[in-house]
Write a protein that binds this ligand. Structure first.
Ligand SMILES: [Zn+2]
Length: 272
């Protein structure tokens, strides 16, 4: 910590560095933080430098993230560097902005679903397959699968400014049924349990890329995969049907909000 002189705002002269442990409750987790602050020996006023305050915030963030099993900033940096990825490449891999990577590495707490996405992008074996359905994530493939649905349904399911409320559910069924029946999904997508049903994890950051993707670059659908898409499209010919069916699935219902729905649950699908 650099040497800084601080004067008491009440005019008692120079303040002294004081080390202490502070207990804070952060998002319901008890955290004990070693703090180093300036303190006036006369009136007890306390002040911290920008660096001291940042260090306290980082400690709180890291302690909290460890307690709830999220990657801490240094772990993200370490894993990223081990894979020789720049922040920019990692951001592209996850379809998030580079600013998000900088924030998480710097101490801002990522959501549970973003933590899963981070672990997948950083090649963490403990999440890999059950979150991606034994397949590499491909945005052009998502577009290809949605186009196949559209050709059978005879209408657009992915529209501009779409929140993927319906498209994501068709996609989810396609991936899950394919996993159940062929051992692998179709798109490598990860799905989160959200209040409005199963949703493509991180969909807000993906949607423009999906709309703009070139599906001709994707691996073509196999006859088996086409049959699965056809079955789903015939069973859920209206948007409302796929929406309602997804909401009856216990593999979505039993997950807490924001949690990843593992592909290994595909055997418990009931809608199709
Ligand atoms: Zn004072």
């Amino acid at each position: 910590m650099e040497e800084v002189r601080m004067k008491c705002p009440a005019g008692h002269g120079e303040m002294r560095i004081k080390k202490a442990k502070k207990k804070v409750i952060f998002r319901g987790v008890d955290i004990s933080v070693p703090v180093e602050q300036y303190r006036c020996t006369v009136c007890g006023a306390e002040a911290g430098t920008v660096q001291q305050t940042a260090a306290i915030q980082k400690t709180i963030s890291d302690t909290y993230r460890k307690a709830v099993d999220l990657l801490i900033g240094d772990e993200i940096v370490e894993k990223r560097k081990r894979l020789k990825l720049t922040q920019e490449v990692l951001a592209k891999r996850m379809n998030v902005g580079i600013a998000s990577i900088k924030r998480w590495e710097g101490g801002i707490i990522q959501s549970k679903s973003m933590d899963h996405a981070l672990r997948i992008a950083l090649g963490d074996q403990t999440v890999g397959d059950s979150c991606t359905g034994n397949r590499a994530f491909s945005i052009p493939r998502i577009k290809l699968v949605l186009k196949e649905f559209e050709s059978i349904l005879g209408r657009h399911i992915l529209k501009k400014n779409d929140k993927m409320l319906f498209a994501a559910k068709y996609l989810w069924y396609a991936d899950m049924v394919a996993h159940r029946e062929t051992g692998e999904g179709m798109t490598g997508s990860t799905y989160a349990a959200l209040p409005y049903g199963p949703q493509l994890n991180n969909y807000k950051d993906l949607i423009d890329d999906i709309i703009g993707a070139d599906e001709s670059k994707a691996e073509p659908l196999s006859p088996e995969q086409k049959r699965i898409i056809t079955r789903i499209a015939m069973k859920f010919s209206q948007e409302r049907m796929v929406y309602d069916a997804a909401h009856k699935e216990k593999i979505w219902k039993r997950q807490p909000n924001g949690a990843i729905i593992p592909y290994t649950d595909s055997s418990e699908l009931i809608g199709i």
